[in-house]
Design a protein around this ligand. Sequence first.
Ligand code: GLV
Ligand code: MN
Ligand code: MN
Ligand code: MN
Length: 421
Amino acid sequence: AAPNHAAPSSDTAQSSDAAFLADFHFVATIGATDNNGVDRQALTPEDKQTRDWMRGWATDKGFDVRVDAIGNMFACLEFVPDAPYVLIGSHLDSQPLGGRFDGAYGVIAALFAALRVKEELAESGLQPTYNLAVVNWFNEEGGRFAPSIMGSSVYAGLFDLDEMLAVTDLEGTTVAEALGAIGYAGTDTPPEAISYAEIHIEQGRILERETTDIGVVESSWYTQKLDIDVLGEQSHTGATAMADRHDALVAAAKVVLAVAEVVDEFEEEALVSSVGQHVVEPNSPIVVPRRVHMVADLRSSDPAIVQAARGSLRAQIAEIARAHDITINVEDFDIRDKRHFPTEGVELAEKAVANEGLSIRRLETMAGHDSVAMNHRVPAVMMFVPSVDGVSHCEREFTTDEDMVRGVRVLTSVAGELVRG
Ligand code: GLV
Ligand code: MN
Ligand code: MN
Ligand code: MN
């Protein structure tokens, strides 16, 4: 089916804001869930529909759309032949039963910002130094294919392309197969970046609490995951004597509690932790589970705190395994260093916000973002708009139209400045 487009933007800022909002709310209907969320996990039919929408929108407006080997989409505006690109964007994929703002807001904001920069350049007659492209990064969320932030990390050279193409989901489908199945196994060379800018919902409460319009990220948190494999022994839930059981789920339950309670060893909110995913095998009501596979997520602004928590957990998990006479394998993965964003970018955002007559504050990001990966490759600017009640990765995620529109204006200003060089 042909992608459904909202009205094209006109010259006036107001109708461009209206067009942005119409498109944003249209995209939220793709993969819509019962309670105002979206479910568009990477490379599902819903992800394909959203990608097709972006391709149609950008092609209509004169962008040249390229898709690279890991399925990142780039909508390119070439102003200066052979010059590198300022990249702006985020991700269109979502968590299962996710919110409609996380990621999609940043991509749609970037499409409108790029269009406005193009119009402003045409009006002013100024010659920019760089080209501009809007990017939809593949699989930021990592719900179906782990690790998260996959497409931008491949682009930034942090992850190996072939290793990522071989990653499987729970059904055993590889990234390569899933990309092919929806027609997004690209062969295009991605544009070469000179800088990166992203706008995203905050997913926290700071901006709302302080009634501040925009947040600018000074640094990311140190984050790491633990892949935990609890290996017990399968047996009959009725016929096996209690003393003979090696129940993987009972041991796993104690591991979950240890992960939740390890935060109490540190100052309040210095460390956050969760087991977000677990898979029970064989998952029958009449079978003592033989295996539980789970992933724990540990994050702190202070890398030493995560290291200490990890050490404490490894010791506790060894003790749980001993007590239940089962094997528990623990592996570190998806380690992301705490990293500062360049001060020049922070100041650029502050200037843009001041010019718009808005308020801004500096903060850290606890959530992972494509900008965190891109900040390893080129100078990156990461900005936030307020989240109502600070909630995210759920259907209740919400940001007002007014806040979204302000963010588009700020991103336009930042992108314009970066393109002028
Ligand atoms: C993914 O959404 C993350 O925050 O790491
Ligand atoms: Mn996101
Ligand atoms: Mn997310
Ligand atoms: Mn994220």
